[in-house]
Each structure stands twice: as C-alpha cells, then as structure tokens.
Design a protein around this ligand. Structure first.
Ligand code: TA6
Length: 303
C-alpha cells in the first residue's frame, strides 16, 4: 500500500497558473497541458499514458481497437510492466499474467505534484489494496509504487518508485512499454545499440548488436541488456525521438510487423508501419528489494 505519510504532496491550485496550465481530472483519466499547447492524457486504468501531443502532432501510437474500458491492458501508449516482464514459468511471479499486474489495475491519482512555467507533473500510486484478491494471492508482497509523469515542452519523463513496505524481500522487473508513433517504420533507424548484447525472441537466439543504424524491416522483438547511453529513433536520418534512462539498464525494441493482424486489439491492420516500441526497463535480471528499501528508475523521451 502507498502509505499516506510517504505520498507526494499535491500542489494547491494557483489561480494564475490554473489559467495557463491545464490539469483536468475526470473519473477515469487525467489530462495535463502546457500554455504552449503540449498535452498528455493518462488513464487511471494501468496509469496508461494514451496520448502525448506536441506541436499538434500525436507522438504515441494507440491502436484504434485498444480496449479503454478496463477489460484488458491498453494496446498502445505507455503500458506499465511490473513486477514481471513477459511470462514467468517459475518463481514467485509464475502465477501472474504476462507483464504483471500494473497495466491491469486502477491506479490512485495522487495529484499534481510539480509545476513550473514550462512543465507539469502528476503522480499515481498503486499498492496491494488496489489489486484483486486473486492478484494479491498470486503475488503476496506488501509494496508501494509511485508513478510520475512529467510533461515539458519537448519531452515526456516517466518515473517509477518501488518501495518494499512489507517484511518479505521481493524480486521485480519494471518497464515502460512505450509505443512511439512514427511516420513510416520503413524509413527508421535505431541508434545507440551497437555493441550491446541482446536476446531475440523472434529467432530465440542471442547476439551482440553490430548495426550502428538498425533498420526495422521485419518483425523485431529484442531485449538489449545494459545499453550504455541514449537510444535514438531516426526517420530518414533525422532524430525524432531520443530516449535517455536513469537506473533502467535495458531497452526492448518491438514491432510485431504483419503478426499484428493476429492481435484482436491491434488496428488498423497495417498500423505496425506507424509504430515502434522502444521500452526502457530493468528486465534482463531481477532486481531485489529488501524490506523498507526503495528503488527508483526513470526515462525521458526528448524530441
Ligand atoms: O515488450 C515486447 C513484448 O514482450 C513482446 O514479446 C510482445 O509480445 C509484446 O511485449 C506485447 O505483449 P502484450 O502482452 O501486450 O501482447
């Protein structure tokens, strides 16, 4: 549970700022905007960012068939992966669904917690009290997550704080499963991965990345471990996204290509041409959190 005493303190609404900056809280979502027009929209379901608009352009891919009614994880935007990446067959997360429960639960809105003239932040909390009885039984740890989304003029930062509030040590993975919207996947190169070891889920093999400029011309599903620096997505040689990470050592690159048609919630059928998942995470090994310990990791996407 996210203990009250440890929760971030929401900022009282300042009338002058409120005129300029937007913070709209609805029953199922929160919308933030800056006076310069940038905006972000986050569902309480999974604390899933479903839209990030800069210069009138949507920067995230959201499937037109995505379920936004809490019936399943959202296909698109930034679903949150915790406490397991993928599907475990053994160990304490074996009973949990693929990618854990964070993207399935309704998060608590903790409020707007930071604001300047050029940025605005909102925080969400999740603890065992937000889980179904089944999930609590499947992963019986006492934890508190605080997820922060910070919108600036030309960047979006997401940060996860994990706290062990119980008496038992637990292991976890965490990942921001970010679906970036791109003009045409065939014109993309991904840079910053050369020399990094990866596991390829498509060919079920392991290798070291040789490409300085990795094209995306077929299905890709790779977990790059210990990526040293910025990962850039370039369109026709021009950087359109620069992804930096703090305490998130790994990067997953995913595009389902024509396999997207097998996903009931993926649309349009050729929508894979307009997306690339660049997922910052801590997934290539377990992170261990002892009682009363805290872990924090964040990623910033710069345009
Ligand atoms: O992060 C990549 C990945 O693990 C892929 O293997 C792929 O299947 C994907 O996530 C989507 O998973 P989902 O459970 O959302 O269908």
């Amino acid at each position: 549970m996210v203990e009250r005493s440890k929760k971030p303190v929401p900022i009282p609404v300042s009338p002058t700022r409120a005129e300029n900056q937007g913070f709209i809280s609805e029953s199922d979502r929160v919308k933030l905007s800056l006076p310069t027009g940038e905006s972000v929209e986050i569902l309480l379901h999974g604390a899933t960012v479903i839209s990030w608009v800069v210069g009138g352009q949507e920067k995230l891919f959201l499937s037109e068939k995505a379920a936004l009614d809490r019936s399943k994880p959202v296909r698109g935007g930034i679903p949150l992966v915790f406490p397991v990446f993928g599907k475990s067959t053994e160990g304490p997360t074996a009973a949990l669904p693929q990618h854990g429960f964070a993207r399935l639960c309704k998060w608590e809105l903790l409020g707007r917690t930071s604001e300047t003239d050029t940025s605005i932040q909102v925080d969400f909390g999740l603890g065992p009290e937000n889980l179904s009885a089944d999930l609590r039984e499947q992963w019986p740890y006492v934890f508190g997550l605080i997820y922060s989304v910070n919108l600036s003029k030309s960047s979006l930062e997401t940060k996860m704080l994990v706290r062990n509030e119980g008496s038992k040590t637990f292991d976890f993975n965490v990942l921001f499963h970010t679906y970036l919207r791109v003009p045409d996947v065939n014109n993309l190169t991904i840079e910053g991965l050369k020399g990094t070891s990866y596991k390829c889920k498509v060919t079920k093999s392991e290798a070291v990345e040789e490409a300085a400029e990795l094209p995306v011309d077929s299905e890709v599903d790779r977990v790059y471990a210990n990526v040293p620096g910025t990962v850039q997505v370039k369109n026709g040689g021009e950087a359109i996204f620069k992804v930096d990470r703090t305490n998130l050592e790994d990067v997953v690159v995913w595009n389902p290509w024509k396999g997207a048609s097998k996903m009931a919630d993926f649309g349009p059928e050729d929508g894979y041409k307009n997306m690339i998942c660049i997922e910052a995470g801590a997934v290539s090994k377990w992170h261990t959190l002892e009682p009363e310990s805290v872990w924090e990791g964040s990623t910033i996407i710069n345009l």
